[in-house]
Design a protein around this ligand. Structure first.
Ligand code: EPU
Length: 344
């Protein structure tokens, strides 16, 4: 185990915030994980689990042990006529895994191509895009449960997956995800009902072509963090009561809205932000992207304080116009490495 001190995390968070960690450990194995947790306990340090860094907001200095997940590997577990079960280590790059499944002629994850981050983080916020959520293809999640100090398996039905949510989000300091087990389909299964996707895919209805079209759509709208540091969609699409939605539609007939379970509706946050004048607008070094208003970009050397000032200004303007409070999507950490509410 090689614990380093005073480590710069700028290369490891896609918003490119200047962040120093007092203690840092690259985790290559489950043994490293156990050793690191023991060390943190002895030193009375909190632990911050760092994955792809594509969904986190970090302060300038973190006094904690940052454990950077880098466990690698893919294993075939079982297969039957319909499906194949595969266990993937937490440190595997998500997009590389999606490409691998397509090469293996396995169906299910093509709509999730090019999402940044690592496999281990995919269940946490139940990553989703273009009509598919990862939870639909997860059989189980292998974790280290810090409460009972044991490795454990959590089956999909107990993960409580819903829109950008899982039990791992509710109880963020309890579980460290080491592997994710996916059940993928061997026979063609293409989800084409989002926006213009069916048209984009056309007659060539193959996994390869679907994946290619998804990559093109994402590249045309979403900024590459290498060019424009960002954490993907900065806010969740708000879910409101259908009744409230009906009133909004009366006032704003063009508002994009999608029916949800339990008489709710989901509203496109990107549209709300766009209509509030924030598309392509900057506030100091931070702004909302000119091709997709839902993506916040660090255009300079912004700190967490700058990011907060901008997103609060966006929240304020959207609230003034639509009476909807947007909820930030990325996870906010404090100086001791713990997750903190955006509302504090
Ligand atoms: N819109 C605007 N102006 C904008 C942006 C969007 O009017 O600047 C409108 C669009 O015209 C469209 C609607 O808003 O009618 C929805 O836009 P889009 O299809 O781009 O999707 P989104 O709701 O903005 C969500 C996810 C994305 C995911 C896409 C595709 C959330 C928070 N975001 O974005 O996920 O890729 O759908 O499924 O649910 C992410 O989570 O980081 C992410 C990129």
């Amino acid at each position: 185990m090689n614990i380093q001190t005073q480590v710069q995390l700028k290369p490891f968070n896609t918003l490119s915030l200047d962040v120093t960690a007092s203690h840092y450990l690259k985790v290559h194995s489950t043994q490293d994980l156990v050793d690191g947790l023991d060390y943190a306990k002895q030193q009375q340090l909190n632990v911050l689990i760092l994955s792809g860094g594509s969904n986190m907001l970090l302060p300038q200095y973190i006094h904690a042990l940052v454990m950077h997940m880098d466990i690698q590997g893919i294993e075939n577990i079982t297969e039957d006529e319909q499906s194949k079960t595969i266990r993937v280590a937490a440190g595997y790059i998500w997009h590389d895994f999606v490409l691998w499944t397509t090469e293996q002629h396995l169906y299910g994850l093509q709509n999730l191509a090019l999402i940044p981050g690592l496999v281990g983080a995919s269940p946490v916020q139940n990553i989703g895009a273009y009509g598919v959520e990862v939870g639909e293809f997860i059989e189980s999640v292998q974790v280290y449960d810090r409460l009972i100090e044991k490795f454990d398996t959590i089956f999909s039905k107990d993960c409580d997956f819903s829109y950008r949510h899982s039990i791992f989000k509710d109880d963020p300091n309890r579980f460290v995800i080491t592997h994710v087990t996916f059940k993928l389909l061997k026979h063609p299964h293409l989800v084409l009902n989002y926006g213009d996707l069916r048209q984009a895919v056309g007659d060539e209805q193959t996994a390869e072509n679907l994946q290619k079209q998804i990559i093109q759509i994402r590249q045309s709208k979403l900024p590459d963090p290498k060019d424009y540091p960002n954490v993907g969609s900065f806010f969740k699409n708000p879910i409101i009561q259908q009744q409230v939605c009906d009133l909004l539609v009366e006032k704003f007939p063009r508002i994009p809205h999608y029916p949800q379970a339990q008489d709710n509706a989901k509203i496109a946050a990107g549209w709300l932000i766009d209509q509030s004048g924030w598309k392509g607008k900057q506030h100091g070094m931070v702004g909302m992207f000119h091709k997709q208003a839902l993506v916040l970009v660090n255009y300079g050397q912004a700190s967490l304080t700058d990011v907060q000032a901008t997103y609060r200004a966006v929240q304020h303007d959207v609230y003034q116009k639509f009476n909807i409070l947007l909820e930030p999507e990325p996870v906010l950490f404090d100086e001791t490495g713990l997750i903190r509410s955006h509302l504090e």
